[in-house]
Design a binder for this molecule. Structure first.
Ligand SMILES: [Zn+2]
Length: 255
């Protein structure tokens, strides 16, 4: 059984003390590939170091996460755009919109997101998209830019069935993680209606641990707990979930 964790931050400081063990536990549990999305200028170096330490089982993306879009975002984007010339990146991420805590940089977030959508198109790379409290802006912007050249994952998707349909129609995949194992997660009520070939798995480690690890630091090995819950919902075996979601991830990210 092979799983792909399509969104994980194992380069985070939270893993400095035991990163090798964390990667080993991932491999022991069948999580053979881990996709690392960037966050901001300060995470580029630790992300690349982690990739150099585990070149076989990690792949890297480049992008500016919306909560980190500040007054200097144009300079930060210029550095990242230069970095993307290196041709080692398998995706543009994580990018998007987040109006949950703070809307101070709403305009800047939108501008940064649109710039990065253009990169994805020019480089023919898939996106890892973060969206919180911003569905209507997100749908409108994706619709405006979708000319057939955009594809990617709505990472940590937790929206309504209607929202899920909008993203599917726009050509995107849904990234499901630990939240899917929480009792109050509404996605569980309609997920069986969503074609499994549009689903990929992720942990978003160190955040959002699935049950029974809720409240602890999350890690890629825990992807298996999310896969088990999704298998229950689709009334399929964990092996079938692994096979289909891994194929989806491989096709989408070209890995
Ligand atoms: Zn993330």
């Amino acid at each position: 059984m092979l799983f792909v964790d399509t969104h994980t931050h194992i380069y985070d400081r939270d893993f400095d003390a035991d990163r090798t063990e964390v990667v080993q536990r991932a491999l022991d549990n069948g999580v053979g590939v881990m996709l690392l999305p960037n966050v901001d200028a300060s995470t580029m170096e630790p992300m690349m170091e982690t990739h150099e330490q585990f070149p076989e089982c990690t792949r890297v993306m480049m992008g500016l996460q919306p909560e980190e879009v500040k007054g200097d975002y144009k300079q930060v984007l210029a550095v990242m755009e230069k970095e993307l010339e290196k041709d080692i990146f398998i995706g543009v991420g994580e990018v998007g919109l987040d109006f949950y805590w703070d809307t101070t940089f709403e305009k800047e977030q939108i501008d940064a997101f649109e710039t990065q959508l253009d990169w994805a198109k020019q480089l023919s790379l898939p996106l890892s998209i973060h969206c919180r409290n911003a569905f209507s802006f997100m749908a409108r912007i994706l619709e405006k830019h979708q000319d057939g050249g955009l594809h990617g994952v709505m990472h940590c998707f937790t929206g309504t069935e209607e929202e899920a349909r909008v993203y599917l129609e726009l050509g995107f995949h849904l990234g499901l993680g630990g939240v899917t194992t929480y009792k109050n997660c509404s996605v569980r009520d309609y997920l069986h209606n969503i074609p499994l070939d549009r689903i990929v798995l992720e942990t978003d480690a160190p955040y959002l641990s699935p049950v029974p690890h809720r409240g602890q630091r999350n890690e890629p090995a825990f992807l298996v707990d999310t896969a088990k819950k999704i298998a229950e919902i689709y009334e399929m075996s964990v092996e079938e979930i692994a096979e289909t979601t891994t194929n989806n991830a491989k096709t989408l990210f070209g890995i």
